[in-house]
Design a binder for this molecule. Structure first.
Ligand code: HEM
Length: 404
């Protein structure tokens, strides 16, 4: 199998096209974990994601020595987070997912939309009057953070701390970044456990209190499972959406004609969010899938425990499924993108992420139609984080609509 370079985050199109052309399976060197096998075509990624029974997401079923070494170095209070639903298979996965599923279904998220729009409107106002105009700092990070905090029931006054911890995590893309990652995760875990214990004493009507009710003193959910669940919801619930929002705004600024279609055709809103999810692919790859037995997969022999990752960003540019895959077409239909993964681990927060992006798109251009980049595009910087396409900052000049 060919070893290919990781696509450039600035302009991933050519690198992603190379991955698809060399697919369905390629090798790449990933920081921290080393050389890995990736599925890069849409069909190969789908086969892995839907391959329940053939593949496992549970790290205990893997045989990658570096990943095992990486796990052993983790402090215990961080390691418990690897027991979350994303790293469980079959019945155990279904049991954990079922506990929180209803809170993130489409109808539950629709009830949150007015609140999401009101938070977004307040943040946009702050951004427009800020000195640095940084859209990541003032909108893309705080919006999903505020929303997941409200759903979980975490206090407003604690958000400055989370923001600091999460920003440190975004920088942890290399071995030298691991100590900072562990420190941030330890702080997040301690905080979440304290919140859970507080709700045990004094329940409210938030999701953490609902988990207290389900946990029933360890009978249904152990303390470690609660912590793993809260950690996953908290981190997955905003980190990814932050990068979807900031990259989407940058993409639309780069495609003014497509952006203008949103002004004249409100019905485009639904297809536009899916197309931005596909084009941006903020979550570039899934967690590793470990083979549960020796077998040939797509003509390549694998041993039990070997890992394959689905390269979602590559699959989302596969010309076999998407006409002109590098083209942004806000009306694209059908759009079988894999930005949220697929199969049993399909993203639990898909509706929430879409609602947050839609709120920003609805409000931003209505009030600031001439918003533009405040620095040359070449000066923008992406973090070194593996598997996530994350802008460090996105300085924008608001230029408000006359009369506002
Ligand atoms: C743009 C935003 C988001 C993107 C691109 C994204 C992407 C993904 C992907 C690709 C997976 C599957 C990973 C794999 O199979 O290895 C996933 C799983 C998951 N996501 Fe998201 N996500 C986003 C937002 C959210 C939000 C807002 C939440 C809030 C609850 C969330 C919660 C989860 C959870 C809990 C899982 C694990 C599901 C399971 O194992 O059954 N995500 N997400």
């Amino acid at each position: 199998m060919e070893i290919l370079p990781i696509p450039d985050k600035r302009d991933p199109g050519p690198g992603l096209a190379r991955l698809v052309a060399a697919g369905p399976l390629v090798r790449m060197r990933v920081p921290v974990v080393g050389e890995m096998t990736f599925a890069t075509t849409h069909a190969a990624c789908e086969a892995i994601l839907k391959g329940d029974g053939l593949f496992s997401t549970d790290i205990a079923n893997g045989r990658n020595r570096r990943i095992k070494w990486f796990l052993r170095l983790m402090p215990r209070n961080v390691r418990v987070m690897t027991g979350n639903m994303l790293q469980k298979d079959g019945e155990e996965h279904r049991r954990l997912r079922k506990i929180v599923d209803a809170a993130f279904r489409r109808n539950a998220v629709e009830a949150w939309i007015p609140r999401i729009e009101s938070i977004a409107a307040g943040l946009l106002k702050d951004w427009a009057t800020s000195a640095d105009g940084d859209f990541v700092r003032h909108v893309a990070r705080p919006l999903p953070l505020a929303v997941i905090c409200e759903i979980l029931g975490l206090k407003h006054e604690d958000r400055a701390d989370f923001t600091k911890w999460m920003a440190a995590m975004s920088e942890a893309g290399t071995v030298s970044g691991l100590p900072r990652l562990y420190i941030s995760l330890t702080r997040i875990n301690r905080y979440l456990m304290a919140q859970f214990k507080e709700r045990r004493r004094k329940p409210g009507d938030d999701l953490i209190s609902a988990l207290v009710h389900v946990a029933k003193d360890g009978e249904v959910l152990t303390d470690d499972e609660v912590l793993a669940m809260l950690g996953l919801l908290f981190i997955a619930g905003h980190e990814t959406t932050t990068h979807l929002i900031s990259n989407s705004i940058l993409t639309l600024l780069d495609h003014p004609a497509e952006r203008a279609r949103l002004d004249t055709d409100a019905a485009l809103e639904v297809t536009a969010t899916d197309e931005l999810l596909r084009h941006v692919s903020a979550v570039e790859m899934t967690k590793p899938r470990y083979l549960l037995r020796d077998m040939d997969f797509l003509g390549v022999p694998f041993k039990r425990g070997q890992a394959i990752m689905a390269h979602l960003a590559a699959a989302n540019r596969d010309p076999a499924v998407f006409d002109y895959p590098d083209r942004l077409d806000l009306g694209r239909k059908p759009n079988r993108h894999l930005a949220f993964g697929g199969g049993p681990h399909f993203c639990l927060g898909a509706w929430l992420a879409k609602a947050e992006l839609t709120a920003v798109l609805r409000l931003l251009w209505k009030q600031w139609p001439d918003v533009k980049l405040a620095v040359p595009k070449a000066d923008l910087q992406w973090t070194a984080q593996t598997g996530i396409r994350a802008l460090r900052t996105l300085p924008l000049t608001p230029s408000p609509r006359a009369g506002i």
